[in-house]
Ligand binder design. Structure first.
Ligand code: CUK
Ligand code: CUA
Length: 764
C-alpha cells in the first residue's frame, strides 16, 4: 500500500495543477460579466475571438520575423501571436546551446569576417524557400546588414546550418530574396565601399567606391550555399537597397532600388552639409534591372573577374552584354515588390507620397527598342520614367513597403510618417481603405505575401515605436507587431504584440501545414552538419579516452542520468565532453552544463553535442541537466574532478552516506511489486482501447515500453546482488528499478488521459 500512496501523490499533484489552470482569477461566469469587469467592448471581444486559440489548438500560419539587433529569428503563430521560438543565427543563444557547443560554434565561426570573430548580427530580412514560386517550407534565409552575412536555416529542425560572408561588400541590406525555385539567393549592397579590402580615400568615391548585387548559388539537395558557384554584378556607388526577383513573365530579372544616387559624401564635422541633405536633393533615384539569367551565363563563360577570390561581372561587361539598366524611381525609395503575377514592380519613395507601379512589359519594350532616356555617369542606359510606369497612386506620407493580398490587384503599403496602412488597387490606381497603427510602421507582412500565391486573411504591421501601448519597462521599449484582419473590405485592428528582442524589420508567414519539422534526430546526430556525429555513443559504450593531455569523454544521457557520472581529469587537460541523448520520446530534451567552464549543451532526442574546455584549475565542478526532464531531473548530476598535477590516487571513488540492510531491500522490493500492479492496470486500460488509432499514444506506448525494459534489466541486477546478499547494491538497484517504473507509469497515465479526452473506444 505504501507504493500506492506514493502513486496517488503523483496523480493528485497532476490533478491539482490541472484545476489551478482551469479556474481563472475571474469568478464571473457569463461573457457579459467578464466584459463588464474588464471594460471590454463588443469589438474587443470580437477581436479576441478572432485571435484566441484554445488550449491545445494550433495557429493557421507561422511567422518568421527578423530579430533585429539580437541577430536571431523570432517564430510566432498567427492569429494568436504566441511566440514559439527564437532561432539562434548570428548570436549566441544559450537555451539551444548555440555558441556554447562545439557544433554550433563551428557554424558561427563560418561567419568570421577576415578572421575576426563577430558575435553580433543585425538581422533584417527573412526569406522562405520557394518551389515554382510557392513557399515550400524547407529553408529560411536571413541577412546580417552590418557585417554583411547570410545564414541558411533548415526548417526540418529550425536550426542554423550555414553562414556565408559576402566577400566584396562591406555592408548589405537588400536581401535575401530567392528565385522562384530558390536556385539563387540575392544580396544587394547598402553603403558603397571599395569592393577590394583596403583603404581608398573618399575623394576617389566616384571612381573606386562601388555597390554590388550578389547572386548566391543555393544547392537545394544539400541545403547549402555554394560560394564557388556564386558571383556578383558590380553596380555604381548609389547605396543599393531592397530588391526582388521577377516571376512569371519577369522571371530571369532582378530589381534593386538605390538611394543617394547623388553620390554625395557628407562630412558635417568639417562644415559640409550632412549625408541626409546631399542624399535627397534629386527628385528621383534609380532602380537597377538586371538580367540575372544572362549574368549566370556570363559567369559560366568566364566573363567575370576575381575580386577577393569572388567572381564579379564588371559594370562595363554588364553594359556591353546588355544585362544592366537603370529606371528612375521616387526619391529615397525603400520597398521594391514584384506582383504575384510578375507583371508589375511597386516602388515607394519615403520622400514622395506616391507609390509607383512599373510595367514590366513596357520596360522590356523600351529595352528591346533601345529607347533610352540617357545614360548615367558609368554608361548604364536609363529608361524613361513616364514610359515605364503603369500608374502612380497617392497613398500617404512616407510610403515604404508593399504587400500583396490574395484578392486580385489588392495591395497594402506601409505609410511611415502618417503611421497608417493604405489598402489600394494597383490595377485601377485607387486607394481603397486606410487604417491607423501605433506607431511608425516599417515593413508590413501579409500571409505568404511574397509568393506567387498570397493567402490574404491577415496583415502584420511591424511598428518601429510602441510608446504608450504596453506596460512601461524602462526607456527601452519593446517593438509592436499589430495584427490586422484583412479578410473584409475594411481593415480591422485585432491585436498588439510586444516584441522584446531587437527591432524586427521584416517577417514572412507560411501556412502552418506546410511545415513538417522532425521531433527527434537519428541516433547520434550532429544537427549542424546533418550527419551522424563522429562522437556518437551507444549505451554501454560510454568511455573516457586520453591522448597526452587531450581527453575525450564519450557520454550518454537518458532519464535521469548521465553516463559517466564522475569524470576525472588532470589540471591542464583539454577536455571534450560528447553527449548523445539516447531518448526517442518526443520532447525528452536534456541539457548539460558544467560549473565554471561555459559549457552548456541542449540535447534533443537523438542529438550528439560536444563541449570543449581547458581544465586549467584543479577543483571540483558539479555538472547537471538543465532541462526539467523528469521527476528525478535534479538528481541528473555528476562531478568533474580536476586533479592537481601529480595527484596520484583516484579522485573518483564515491563514499556511501547511507548503508542499507536486507530490510531496506525487502521494503523497496514490495513497493516495486505494488507499483507494477498500478502499471498493469494502466496498461490494461490502454490495450483494451483502440490506442493504435492515435499516433501520439502509440509513441507514448513505445516510450513507456522502453522504460519498462530498463526496469526489467535493473530488476535483474537487484536480484543478482540480493542473491549474493550484497544488500547495499541490491537496495540501490531496486530503487533504480522503481525509478524506471515511475517514468513508465507517468508516460502511461499521459497516454490514458489522452485516450479518455479524445474519445477512444473500448475494444475487447
Ligand atoms: S528595412 Cu527596416 S523598415 Cu531593413 Cu527592410 Cu524597411
Ligand atoms: Cu535531464 Cu533534467
Amino acid at each position: 500500500m505504501k507504493s500506492l500512496s506514493k502513486w496517488s501523490m503523483l496523480a493528485l499533484g497532476a490533478l491539482s495543477i490541472g484545476l489551478a489552470t482551469t479556474s481563472t482569477a475571474m469568478s464571473a461566469n457569463s461573457l457579459e460579466d467578464v466584459m463588464k469587469a474588464r471594460g471590454l467592448t463588443q469589438k474587443d471581444v470580437l477581436a479576441a475571438a478572432k485571435t484566441y486559440v484554445p488550449t491545445g489548438g494550433r495557429d493557421e500560419f507561422i511567422t518568421f520575423s527578423s530579430g533585429g539587433q539580437s541577430g536571431q529569428v523570432i517564430v510566432y503563430g498567427v492569429p494568436s501571436m504566441r511566440i514559439l521560438k527564437y532561432i539562434a543565427v548570428f548570436t549566441a543563444e544559450p537555451w539551444q546551446g548555440y555558441g556554447f557547443d562545439d557544433e554550433s560554434k563551428a557554424v558561427m565561426a563560418q561567419g568570421n569576417v577576415n578572421g575576426k570573430e563577430i558575435t553580433f548580427g543585425d538581422t533584417h530580412h527573412p526569406a522562405l524557400s520557394e518551389t515554382n514560386g510557392v513557399y515550400d517550407g524547407q529553408y529560411l534565409f536571413i541577412n546580417d546588414k552590418n557585417n554583411p552575412r547570410l545564414a541558411v536555416i533548415d526548417l526540418s529542425d529550425f536550426e542554423t546550418k550555414q553562414i556565408v560572408v559576402n566577400p566584396v561588400l562591406k555592408s548589405e541590406h537588400g536581401g535575401p530574396f530567392v528565385t522562384p525555385n530558390t536556385d539563387y539567393v540575392l544580396q544587394a549592397a547598402q553603403y558603397a565601399a571599395p569592393l577590394e579590402n583596403g583603404f581608398v580615400p573618399l575623394d576617389q568615391f566616384n571612381e573606386k567606391y562601388r555597390g554590388a548585387i550578389t547572386y548566391w548559388k543555393f544547392d537545394r539537395k544539400e541545403g547549402r550555399i555554394v560560394p564557388a558557384e556564386s558571383f556578383s554584378v558590380e553596380v555604381p556607388p548609389y547605396s543599393q537597397d531592397l530588391s526582388d526577383f521577377g516571376k512569371g513573365p519577369s522571371d530571369g530579372w532582378s530589381f534593386t532600388n538605390s538611394f543617394c544616387s547623388e553620390r554625395y559624401v557628407g562630412g558635417i564635422e568639417s562644415g559640409r552639409p550632412p549625408f541626409e541633405a546631399g542624399c535627397s536633393q534629386k527628385d528621383t533615384d534609380f532602380f537597377h534591372m538586371i538580367n540575372w539569367k544572362k549574368a549566370v551565363e556570363l559567369f559560366h563563360a568566364g566573363k567575370a573577374k576575381k575580386i577577393n577570390g569572388h567572381a564579379v561581372i564588371s559594370m562595363d561587361t554588364a553594359v556591353k552584354e546588355g544585362i544592366l539598366f537603370l529606371v528612375p524611381e521616387p526619391k529615397s525609395p525603400h520597398g521594391m515588390d514584384v506582383s504575384p503575377d510578375g507583371k508589375f514592380m511597386i516602388v515607394a519613395g519615403k520622400l514622395d507620397s506616391h507609390t509607383y507601379v512599373y510595367s514590366f512589359e513596357k520596360m522590356m519594350g523600351l529595352i528591346k527598342n533601345k529607347d533610352f532616356a540617357g545614360k548615367d555617369a558609368y554608361g548604364i542606359p536609363i529608361l524613361d520614367l513616364k514610359k515605364s510606369l503603369h500608374t502612380q497612386v497617392q497613398v500617404g506620407l512616407g510610403p515604404l513597403h508593399t504587400q500583396y493580398d490574395s484578392k486580385p490587384c489588392t495591395v497594402y503599403t506601409s505609410i511611415y510618417v502618417d503611421s497608417q496602412v493604405t489598402k489600394w488597387d494597383y490595377c485601377e490606381g485607387k486607394v481603397l481603405d486606410k487604417i491607423s497603427i501605433h506607431y511608425n510602421i516599417g515593413h508590413l507582412m501579409a500571409m505568404e505575401g511574397d509568393s506567387q500565391t498570397p493567402q490574404g486573411k491577415y496583415l502584420v504591421s511591424l511598428n518601429k515605436l510602441a510608446i504608450d501601448r504596453f506596460n512601461p519597462v524602462g526607456p527601452l521599449h519593446p517593438q509592436n507587431h499589430q495584427l490586422i484582419d484583412i479578410s473584409g473590405d475594411k481593415m480591422e485592428l485585432l491585436y498588439d504584440m510586444a516584441i522584446p528582442l531587437g527591432e524586427p524589420h521584416y517577417a514572412v508567414a507560411i501556412s502552418a501545414d506546410k511545415l513538417k519539422p522532425k521531433i527527434r534526430y537519428k541516433s547520434g546526430w550532429d544537427s549542424r552538419t546533418d550527419k551522424r556525429s563522429e562522437y556518437r555513443t551507444r549505451p554501454g559504450k560510454e568511455r573516457i579516452e586520453r591522448d597526452g593531455n587531450r581527453v575525450h569523454v564519450y557520454a550518454t544521457a537518458i532519464r535521469s542520468h548521465f553516463t559517466p557520472e564522475i569524470i576525472e581529469v588532470e589540471e591542464g587537460d583539454v577536455v571534450s565532453v560528447h553527449i548523445t541523448n539516447l531518448e526517442r520520446a518526443e520532447d525528452q530534451t536534456h541539457g548539460f552544463a558544467i560549473s565554471g567552464t561555459n559549457v552548456n549543451l541542449s540535447l534533443e532526442p537523438g542529438k550528439t553535442a560536444s563541449g570543449t574546455f581547458t581544465a586549467d584549475k584543479a577543483g571540483v565542478f558539479p555538472y547537471y541537466c538543465t532541462e526539467f526532464c523528469s521527476a528525478l531531473h535534479l538528481e541528473m548530476q555528476g562531478y568533474l574532478m580536476v586533479k592537481p598535477k601529480g595527484y596520484k590516487a583516484t579522485a573518483a571513488k564515491g563514499a556511501e552516506g547511507t548503508i542499507y540492510a536486507q530490510g531496506d531491500y525487502d521494503k523497496q522490493f514490495a513497493t516495486n511489486l505494488a507499483t507494477q500492479d498500478v502499471i498493469n492496470s494502466v496498461v490494461g486500460f490502454i490495450t483494451t482501447h483502440n490506442y493504435q488509432d492515435f499516433p501520439a499514444v502509440v509513441a507514448l506506448v513505445e516510450d513507456a515500453t522502453e522504460q519498462l525494459n530498463f526496469a526489467a534489466d535493473t530488476r535483474k541486477k537487484a536480484e543478482d546482488f540480493a542473491a549474493k546478499k550484497d544488500w547495499q547494491n541490491a537496495t540501490l538497484w531496486a530503487g533504480q528499478w522503481w525509478q524506471y517504473q515511475v517514468k513508465a507509469a507517468d508516460i502511461g497515465l499521459r497516454a490514458k488521459t489522452y485516450l479518455e479526452q479524445n474519445g477512444a473506444k473500448k475494444v475487447k
